[in-house]
Design a protein around this ligand. Structure first.
Ligand code: FES
Length: 159
């Protein structure tokens, strides 16, 4: 496997994440822990895979003879029907607005997300999803609550 231009040895059954680490490529993770079964829920570790549409969680997808890249900039997953309605093309720059802020990112069209919703990872400094959400804490667990908020999405004609 080649990840970010580096050759990564692939052992059958190993994940893209572990293969990349073997090649010295650090992929950020949140929900992944080596002592727990792979979950793939936070999507912090999304990568592109040559020849496969969409983004894939490196911690759960097995490494194969594939080319993989770290996602180079902030992206937001959008259902293709929503994108068509909004006039947004795949890889186009879009703006997301909430009551709390605005960020821009590249649209990734995927039928893997429910129509009427979008998803974006929150670790890109140039498009911090936390700018859109709030700082509420779960009243029982006293940890930040799951980040969900209403947003409006539009094409960013300035790009
Ligand atoms: S680290 Fe959470 S989906 Fe991979």
């Amino acid at each position: 496997m080649i990840v970010d231009g580096r050759q990564a040895p692939v052992v059958p059954g190993v994940s893209i994440l572990d293969a990349a680490r073997g090649a010295g490529v650090a992929i950020p993770v949140l929900c992944h822990h080596p002592a727990l079964p792979p979950d793939g829920s936070c999507r912090m570790c999304l990568v592109e895979i040559d020849g496969r549409p969409g983004l894939h969680p490196a911690c759960v997808v097995p490494a194969e003879s594939a080319l993989g890249w770290l996602v180079p900039e902030a992206t937001v997953e959008v259902h293709p029907r929503d994108a068509a309605r909004l006039g947004v093309a795949d890889d186009a720059r879009v703006r997301l607005h909430s009551r709390r802020g605005t960020v821009t990112a590249r649209a990734r069209l995927t039928p893997g997300i429910s129509e009427g919703t979008v998803f974006m990872p929150f670790h890109f400094v140039e498009a911090a999803a936390n700018e859109l959400t709030h700082a509420a804490v779960d009243p029982v667990a006293k940890i930040p609550e799951y980040k969900v908020c209403a947003v409006a999405l539009e094409a960013d004609d300035r790009a």
